[in-house]
Write a protein that binds this ligand. Structure first.
Ligand code: ADP
Length: 414
């Protein structure tokens, strides 16, 4: 099947065209035919498109809304420029959408029909910044490719619906859960499912045998305790703000700080929430950047104290979560690093693991340094009691595979 994967934001759209089916998935031989990003939708949009040859085609186009963008992408995909080997839009067999929030309704990926659309709409309250745009993408794709092409929603929260009540509830008066569904939902579920599945393929484990702590460390960052192949806890909560120190998000803090800062600085609560989301984390501590690569360079080259501090705080928080999940799940057999930082920042991985020597974690320094830039593999030494792996994530590929499985009526929880 040729699956168009769409990840739609307020003014951006990312896409990938993937050829996959059950056989290719088992052999890990799915084919990526094209991908691209369109930014600043609504006016003079800026596009970067990569066909099969992988060379970027950049430019601008007047694209006034999401429908215009999907139409633009579909036309390009069947053009000679893309080199996908597909020359009719009708050869796109399915569309997979990344949907941020599935609330408690969606425990797995779903074939989009009117009831699913209603379900996503009902969840808008929980993800007002994301779900409306995801919906816009669904309507745009339906209008451009026609109602006959199956569309599948893959939810970032779905994987975490197995988290038990004791871990997903906040210790607030229970009625706020009952009335408003205030609870931990967790995010990055698509990434965790991909990473856990890939780890199983690499190690020959079954789903039930998979007991790991997975770390998705990108601009947004989170940790996930996976026991018996399912999520039993995760660090992001009601929103993606909770948990680890991130590029611009604070992660965990005492909620009383919000009101205190608001009154001291004359800010509203939404202002302070904005500050916690956009001006905190690595950026807030370093005062320099939210970008780990730049921060590492700054720390090394200029010995900048606050750059070091931000990196240390980031690693310390990750380590604390690993410790707490090990206690929560009665031990794990491996720690998996993924995301831009997890896949590339060898110094971050070694600092996180240096604090885990009590546990018998021993990195192989050479393997740690070498496993970067998309490489995958074990980076712990032979005598490490808990293994450490780098498993590059691929959320788009998981969405494409799910789309095939849902369309073919197979269980998407593999
Ligand atoms: P997003 O959450 O936006 O998808 P990514 O997973 O792409 O983010 O991760 C972005 C982060 O990964 C940035 O902080 C970036 O600096 C970091 N990163 C990417 N490459 C490297 C590298 N070679 N060394 C250190 N950090 C890196």
């Amino acid at each position: 099947m040729n699956v168009l994967v769409l990840n739609v934001g307020s003014s951006t759209l990312k896409f990938q065209l993937v050829r996959t089916d059950a056989g290719r998935m088992a052999a890990n031989s799915d084919e990526k035919l094209a991908r691209g990003t369109i930014e600043r939708i609504g006016g003079e949009a800026v596009y970067t498109l990569r066909g099969r040859a992988g060379e970027a085609q950049r430019g601008t186009a007047q694209l006034r809304d999401h429908r215009a963008v999907v139409e633009f992408v579909a036309k390009w995909l069947v053009s000679n420029d893309a080199g996908t080997g597909i020359d009719r839009i009708s050869e796109i067999d399915g569309i997979g959408h990344r949907v941020t929030h599935g609330g408690e309704q969606f425990r797995r990926s779903a074939l989009i029909d009117d009831a699913v659309l209603r379900g996503i709409e009902e969840t808008i309250d929980l993800a007002p910044l994301h779900n409306p745009h995801n919906l816009r993408g669904i309507y745009a794709a339906r209008s451009v490719l026609g109602g006959g092409v199956p569309q599948v929603a893959v939810f970032d929260t779905a994987f975490h619906q197995t988290i038990p009540e004791r871990a997903y509830l906040y210790a607030l008066p229970y009625q706020y859960y009952r009335r408003h569904r205030v609870r931990r939902y967790g995010f990055h579920g698509t990434s965790y499912r991909y990473v856990a599945h890939r780890y199983r393929m690499l190690t020959g484990r079954t789903r039930e045998q998979t007991n790991v702590i997975a770390l998705h460390l990108g601009n947004g960052a989170s940790a996930c305790a996976i026991a018996g192949g399912v999520s039993v806890d995760t660090s992001m909560g009601f929103t993606p703000l909770e948990g680890l120190v991130m590029g611009t998000r604070s992660g965990d803090l005492d909620p009383a700080i919000l009101d205190y800062i608001a009154s001291k600085e004359g800010l509203s609560l939404p202002d302070v929430e904005g500050l916690l989301n956009k001006q905190s984390g690595l950026l807030g501590i370093s005062g320099l950047t939210n970008d780990m690569r730049e921060l590492l360079a700054e720390a090394e080259e200029h010995d900048d104290r606050r750059a070091w501090l931000a990196i240390e705080m980031f690693c310390y928080r990750v380590r604390k979560y690993i410790g707490s999940y090990l206690a929560a799940m009665n031990g794990a057999e491996a720690i998996l690093f993924a995301g831009g930082i997890g896949e590339n920042a060898a110094p971050v991985r070694s600092t996180v693991c240096e604090g885990l020597e009590w546990l018998g974690v021993k990195l192989d320094a050479q393997k740690n340094r070498d496993t970067v830039g998309g490489a995958e593999g074990k980076i712990s030494g032979p005598d490490s009691r808990v293994e450490v792996w780098v498993v590059p994530t691929d959320e788009e590929l998981l969405i494409a595979r799910d789309t095939v499985r849902v369309v073919e009526g197979l269980d998407s929880r593999y």
